[in-house]
Design a protein around this ligand. Structure first.
Ligand code: BTN
Length: 253
């Protein structure tokens, strides 16, 4: 009934007016055997969660708060690739829905004009060394006005409506995200990570640039040459040495 053009992603939908977190709910559905492609979406989240135990602001009626259960047959160590794949899918869906051209800030923030419009959170459940399910959580700020954001978010967050200067259909965006995700997932399972990685790098705002990575151990400045197959950022320092950045906040000049 959502007008989806997919075969698996979003064919089973659990829709709510308000939940604590679609991510939490999807995890329960997954443990109870929900099938590949099951979508959980809510008009509001009262305890939306971001990465690194941060909160995710999820007001009623203006955002797209969704979690998708996938069950790909891939080794456990490859599941981080799905986060990068999702970022590419969401960017393509935003482009198709609005004509806007977002960029990716490593590792997985989606920005427009330097402000965050979407966050992605993927969580894996494994048993006996096999992937049981991966829950892909996607939060998109769609129709918020600037004044709707709490003050501390106003300079760092944005919405599609603010950037496109018009209201954007959440249903269309949802359809496009499901569609792009299914396309990319099939491509990935057939041909591997390479084409996805190239797309990801083409959307990333830091690749090919001089950046500073602020890590727990200190700040490192260098030339961001790309990512490896695990999504690790490769930073070429002045000495010529290539450093692997696993976790950091990135500053562009
Ligand atoms: C981040 O940038 O830190 C990731 C944010 C992920 C938010 C989405 S909204 C739908 C799903 N449910 C949650 O509680 N979180 C994710």
């Amino acid at each position: 009934y959502l007008g989806l053009e997919t075969e698996e992603i979003g064919r089973t939908v659990h829709f709510y007016e308000s939940v604590s977190s679609t991510q939490k709910l999807a995890k329960e559905f997954a443990l109870n055997g929900a099938k590949h492609g099951t979508l959980v979406v809510s008009d509001e989240q009262t305890e939306g969660r971001g990465r690194l135990v941060r909160q995710w602001y999820s007001p009623k009626g203006t955002g797209l708060w969704m979690s998708i259960i996938v069950r790909p047959e891939i080794p456990i160590q490859k599941t981080p690739q799905l986060t990068l794949l999702t970022a590419v899918a969401v960017i393509q869906a935003i482009e198709a829905t609005t004509g806007l051209h977002p960029t990716i800030k490593w590792p997985n923030d989606i920005l427009i004009n330097g402000r965050k419009v979407c966050g992605i959170l993927t969580e894996m459940q494994a048993e006996e060394n096999r992937v049981q399910s991966v829950i892909i959580g996607i939060g998109v700020n769609v129709n918020q006005n600037k004044a709707d954001f709490p003050e501390e978010l106003q300079t760092i967050a944005t919405s599609l409506k603010i950037e496109a200067d018009k209201t954007v259909s959440r249903t269309k965006l949802l359809q496009n995200i499901c569609y792009q995700l299914e396309q990319l997932l099939n491509e990935y399972l057939h041909t591997g990570f390479k084409p996805i990685k190239q797309l990801w790098e083409s959307y990333a705002n830091s690749i090919g640039k001089q950046i500073t990575a602020r890590t727990a151990k200190g700040s490192y400045t260098g030339f961001a040459i790309g990512i490896n197959d695990e999504g690790v950022l490769l930073l070429k320092q002045a000495s010529g040495e290539v450093m692997e950045i696993y976790s950091a906040d990135i500053d562009l000049p």
